[in-house]
Ligand binder design. Structure first.
Ligand SMILES: Nc1nc2c(ncn2[C@@H]2O[C@H](COP(=O)(O)OP(=O)(O)OP(=O)(O)O)[C@@H](O)[C@H]2O)c(=O)[nH]1
Ligand SMILES: [Mg+2]
Length: 247
């Protein structure tokens, strides 16, 4: 039985002014288009059609909020790397995603989903470096692990852990498959910890899974060092230090 079985769709946010005001803590799910963000949300909620899954990349637009109760939320983000018109991508990034990720105070961490067959693409690395500036943790789900043999899974874990260890923020990494329902307990554990939820011991599932943590907690930088800043006009400035995933 899923810990998050009561997750329910709450709202879609297209403007920063519409972000839920009652949020105490929330976790965002980010990653390239089509890597399985919405599928992971459905799997973790033990629900087949909570978040919209599609074979067509770029189906999740805007921020989709799912409520977990007590002011806690998951946020399904639009994927990056999908070939939309450059102006459209930049507009969405500057006016919604970048200020949301950088400045949303109830946001406690980022679940970054990467296809286990193609992890750490240039855009993923840019996103990791860019979000690391917040000092908030990132938990990587290596998705579609069912497509890899065991030996390849072990190799990709080693490679991704080694790559992230040098990045100087708080990271954890695990394999995940929505198709085979693997990696669920490990992900639940991280989500519960971040969201301040109590994990009910489930003997059948066995709570021995432990996310592997590499690196240390980075201190948040001062606001003016953060790449993008939302002004009251909704305009934003490009990053000086870290390349953002759409620059
Ligand atoms: N084999 C396999 N396929 C998966 C898995 N997770 C998702 N998929 C498939 O990958 C495709 C994309 O899944 P989505 O969950 O819609 O991906 P997304 O990251 O939300 O995509 P966007 O919203 O477009 O960015 C769908 O065809 C899913 O069925 C998995 O664990 N294993
Ligand atoms: Mg999606």
């Amino acid at each position: 039985m899923s810990l998050f079985k009561h997750a329910a769709f709450h709202t879609t946010v297209a403007n920063l002014s519409d972000l839920p005001a009652d949020s105490v803590s929330e976790v965002a799910f980010a990653g390239r288009s089509n890597v399985g963000k919405s599928s992971a949300i459905n799997t973790l909620a033990d629900h087949t059609r909570l978040a919209f899954v599609s074979k067509t990349p770029g189906r999740t637009q805007y921020l989709n909020y799912f409520q977990l109760g007590d002011g806690k939320y998951w946020v399904d983000l639009p994927g990056y790397g999908f070939a939309k018109a450059p102006a459209e991508i930049r507009d969405q990034w500057e006016n919604l995603l970048a200020p949301y990720l950088m400045q949303r105070s109830p946001l406690v961490g980022l679940v970054l989903i990467m296809d286990s067959r193609h992890p750490l693409t240039e855009l993923d690395v840019q996103m990791i470096n860019w979000f690391a500036q917040t000092g908030k943790p990132i938990h990587v789900l290596l998705s579609k692990a069912d497509k890899l043999a065991r030996s390849e899974q072990a190799r990709v874990m080693r490679e991704v852990k080694a790559a992230l260890a040098g990045l100087g923020s708080r990271f954890s990494v695990q394999l995940f498959s929505s198709l085979k329902h693997t990696g669920i307990e490990e992900a639940e554990k991280v989500l519960c910890e971040w969201l301040g939820m109590t994990m009910v011991p489930d003997e059948k599932a066995g709570q021995s899974a432990k996310p592997e943590v590499a690196g240390k907690v980075a201190r948040p930088r001062k606001r003016n060092a953060i790449g993008w800043s939302a002004r009251s006009t909704g305009k934003a400035k490009p990053a000086q230090k870290q390349k953002s995933p759409v620059s």
